[in-house]
Unconditional design. Structure first.
Lengths: 351, 166, 383
């Protein structure tokens, strides 16, 4: 396998509702910054891949706007996934393995504010058996959390600890949307949003964009003092039907982690895309995290959750901390679909 | 035993708040004032008008130099629409034309009226017909449509050659 | 490392139709997937990864439907990726799947592209009402008709060319049992008399709106068989929609994409070295336009190849022997159908619409405002 590294990462500050800018205007400076800071000349970027979602925007072909933001002239080699930018990164990583190009640009963007996200996500479900019931995303996550509590996997207190820690860590992240220092006990006094989830157990609704530049081998070493090498990356999906899988474990995360060699690894930090505190606990269990790795120093999705970019941001946050020497080995994770149906795991390492 | 279910209708209703964005808002506000405002790219110097993002799609940079454009130009191409469709507000047949305003480098898509559909030509010189002042809004249909000015046609080959010069 | 040789060992498609009310969305994709697996003599269990492609989700009213389809496509426990590049998606999906094997990351990949447009309203899904703008462009035809008008002006092509393509493709479709449109008495007269929808495009010069799916199994050399097709080249190119200076009649992205795929496949004289092509022609006039864009004819002369019968089934350079997009257009699948039909031809498995001696074929797809291009060249021999 070819050595591919993250050599730059940029993101927009996540906000609840960006009333002034449209998606292109949010994305453009983020892509500019990522490309400029990478040190990779524009002509050497051999492939561009993005992630976005039409239903989030409420308009078809949302990804086309992204192309208007990046100066795609002369025509570029480009592709797009209707999913989080983390999967666009995966596609770029696969292409880079062929050895014909040395660098790629990856970005993800979306405004979750235009629609009602909880309801929009209901349209992501089996249209025959689930969607007609309109089970919104929070309720589904709540079902999963309830299953975990009943199975004794963790407690509401554990969930509140995750929420508290995440928002506190977010105070060090200038791009985070929800940052505050509130102890778990206080959070436990809040009313339920959808039992057993409280509002603080849930990610905020965010507008935002993120971009990453990947570079290979010598080019990466040339442009970065300490590239964040992607040692391994894998993603797996589970059955869609909620009754068919055990919602208290994240089987696909475990498989992906196994494929990347992360299960028995010494990890310094882990960035998990867990839009619900309960899901972080499920993921930690699936990854077998017991060795004291720092979890979500960025604050994670509970601090900011720009859909379609949030997974890419986990990779970017992990990569940044490797490049600046804070960590030597990190795991970044992204998820898609109801109740952690699909999961991506990447292991990053500094030299 | 009843017949098996072979299909059902599942209504989906989702409401979205649409944000035109800074660039388009700027353009729409000028329209409200009866002005057509283009934007020049600092890199390629082309003048964009009516676009979505206030940016140059070729260079990926914001266009901050504003250019006042006249409300007249040339039809660079068009089609005659004869097909009824959901959400249609205009009577068929109608002509939908690409109008290159004088001084712009990208055409504006607009309705043609006050001319028979089979008399519209590429190269035809046209002018905008605006909504009355008290009905103007930040919306594309503040320009109700374009109509022929009666002037001789522009040399379409030259117009198109210039327009396609990337 | 370079690209590893990659073979197309299985191909399947559904019967395309205006409403496949006999199957759910899952049923539709499985119909194609199971046929491809059967052709490949494989089962879902043999597949390492699944790559799905389709056009805007509003066509079915299901957001990110690959999640719902994971079970149906045997993707449990496997990587599943969903590509969306507008109309070219069927082609770019096949290319993303190809990269999964060419890169050495996987050995056996199932790729599926589909659209079940009857579930929702296709015209609305393509262009819903956006605030502050009047809805002027009445469907895809309304977008492309003005560019066709410019092509006709530029080339001086006679009026009947569009009609000729429309008849040619529907005649070919009569030999393709999977095609949506089977119009046994199709004639130039019938096309001329059909309603003018977006002048200069008539109803019968327009593609249908179809439900359909296409699937292929791509493998490494190890799993290839004697009757496999081999990928000789793949390329994609995109250009921005709203860029000043674009030529939408002869887009540069298409020209560059073709140059790339030809270089990979060692094609220096397309006309002589390619036996047939399956190209994305949703409105009949796009045949001559793409022939020029792809370098088969000099600018302004593509229409002559249509006119003199070169591109007919019996001609020296058949274009769309399957009947093309003009006969079946499940939008998300159409690009993959072009790629798959090209592969069927070089495997000698195109049945009644087989072109004799087909050894190398071009598959082509485009999307958006003529801004996304995906192409591949397949051959009967390993490159």
């Amino acid at each position: 396998m070819r050595d591919v590294a993250v050599v730059s990462f940029a993101q927009s500050p996540s906000v609840r509702r960006n009333r002034t800018q449209n998606e292109v205007e949010i994305l453009m400076p983020v892509v500019s910054e990522a490309v400029e800071r990478s040190g990779v000349p524009k002509e050497r970027i051999g492939f561009t891949c993005s992630g976005s979602c039409d239903y989030l925007a409420g308009q078809p072909f949302a990804f086309v706007w992204g192309l208007e933001a990046i100066g795609a002239w002369p025509p570029i080699r480009e592709s797009h996934v209707e999913a989080d930018g983390a999967w666009a990164l995966y596609e770029a990583w696969v292409l880079l393995q062929e050895g014909e190009i040395d660098a790629a640009l990856v970005y993800g963007f979306g405004k979750s504010s235009p629609g009602s996200l909880r309801d929009v996500l209901a349209v992501q479900l089996d249209p025959y058996y689930y969607a007609p019931l309109w089970p919104d995303a929070v309720s589904l996550a709540a079902l999963q959390a309830r299953a975990c509590l009943d199975a004794g996997k963790f407690t509401e207190n554990d969930m509140a600890e995750v929420a508290s820690r995440s928002r506190r860590d977010a105070m060090n992240n200038s791009n985070a949307q929800v940052a505050k220092d509130v102890p778990a006990e206080t959070l436990l006094n809040e009313p339920y949003l959808a039992s057993p989830l409280r509002k603080d157990d849930c990610a905020p609704i965010s507008d935002g964009a993120a971009a990453v530049v990947l570079a290979c081998d010598d080019l990466a070493r040339e442009v970065s003092e300490r590239p964040a090498w992607i040692r391994a990356i894998d993603h797996r999906v589970e059955p869609h039907a909620l009754g068919v899988r055990d919602l208290t474990v994240s089987a696909s995360t475990r498989i992906a982690a196994g494929k990347t060699g992360a299960l028995n690894d010494k990890l310094d930090l882990v960035e998990l895309l867990a839009p619900f505190s309960s899901q972080e606990l499920i993921l930690r269990d699936a990854l077998g995290l017991t060795n004291g790795a720092r979890i979500n120093p960025s604050g994670g999705a509970l601090a900011a959750n720009p859909m379609m970019a949030a997974g890419l941001i986990r990779i970017g946050e992990a990569a940044t901390r490797i490049s600046n020497g804070e960590a030597d080995r990190a795991l970044a994770h992204a998820t898609s679909g109801p109740c952690l149906q699909q999961n991506l795991v990447a292991v990053l390492e500094g030299e | 035993m009843t017949d098996p279910v072979t299909g059902f209708t599942q209504p989906v209703r989702l409401e979205y708040d649409y944000t035109p964005g800074f660039g388009r808002s700027r353009f729409l506000r000028a329209l409200e004032q009866g002005r057509i405002q283009g934007e020049r790219c600092p890199v390629c110097h082309k003048v964009y008008v009516g676009g979505g993002s206030g940016a140059c799609a070729r260079d990926g940079v914001p266009c901050d130099e504003l250019v006042e454009l006249p409300d007249r130009g040339v039809v660079t191409t068009f089609c005659v629409v004869n097909l009824p469709f959901a959400g249609q507000t205009i009577e068929i047949p109608y002509v939908s034309a690409a109008v290159l305003l004088d001084g712009a480098d990208i055409p504006l898509l607009s309705l043609m009226q006050e001319v028979a559909a089979d008399e519209v030509r590429m190269g035809m010189r046209v002018e905008a017909v605006w909504a009355p002042e008290d009905e103007r809004k930040p919306s594309m249909d503040t320009i109700r449509y374009f109509r022929p000015t009666g002037e001789p046609d522009a040399p379409i080959d030259d117009v198109l050659r210039r327009m396609r010069d990337a | 490392m370079g690209k590893l040789p990659t073979a197309v060992v299985g191909i399947g498609q559904t019967k395309h139709d205006d409403k496949r009310t006999d199957v759910s969305i899952a049923g539709l994709v499985r119909e194609a997937a199971l046929r491809a697996l059967e052709d490949a003599q494989m089962s879902f269990a043999d597949i390492d990864a699944v790559v799905v492609g389709k056009a805007p989700d509003m066509f079915e009213g299901v957001m990110m439907p690959e999640l719902y389809l994971a079970d149906a496509l045997g993707a449990t426990g496997k990587p599943l990726l969903r590509v969306h590049t507008a109309g070219s998606v069927g082609g770019s999906t096949a290319i993303v799947a190809a990269h999964h094997v060419q890169s050495g990351v996987f050995e056996r990949v199932l790729t599926v592209a589909f659209e079940k447009q009857s579930e929702s309203n296709a015209m609305w899904a393509l262009a819903p009402k956006i605030p502050f703008q009047p809805t002027l462009v009445a469907g895809a035809g309304g977008y492309f008709a003005p560019h066709i008008r410019e092509y006709i002006r530029r080339s001086g092509a006679p009026d009947h060319i569009g009609v000729r393509v429309a008849v040619k493709d529907r005649l070919a479709a009569l030999k393709n049992p999977y095609a949506h449109l089977h119009i046994p008495d199709i004639s130039e007269q019938m096309v001329y008399e059909s309603p003018m929808l977006w002048d200069p495009i008539r109803f019968l010069e327009t593609c249908p709106s179809s439900d359909g799916a296409c699937a292929m199994v791509l493998t490494s050399e190890k799993y290839a068989r004697d009757d496999s097709a081999w990928i000789h080249g793949t390329a994609v190119r995109s250009e921005p929609l709203g860029m000043a200076g674009r030529d939408e009649v002869n887009p540069r992205a298409g020209v560059d994409c073709a140059a790339d795929v030809y270089a990979q496949a060692g094609i220096t004289e397309p006309r002589a070295q390619i036996d047939l092509m399956e190209i994305y022609v949703p409105f009949s006039w796009y045949e001559p336009m793409w022939l020029e864009n792809l370098g088969f004819a000099p600018p302004g002369e593509g229409w002559k190849l249509t006119d003199d019968g070169t591109t007919a089934l019996e001609g020296s350079l058949p274009v769309n022997p399957s009947g093309g997009v003009m006969s079946s257009n499940p939008i998300g699948a159409s690009g993959m159908l072009r790629f798959a039909e090209a592969a069927l031809q070089v495997r000698g498995m195109a049945g009644e619409h087989q072109i004799d001696g087909a050894r190398r074929a071009l598959g082509h797809a485009y999307g958006g405002g003529s801004q996304f291009f995906a192409m591949w060249i397949v051959g009967s021999e390993k490159p």
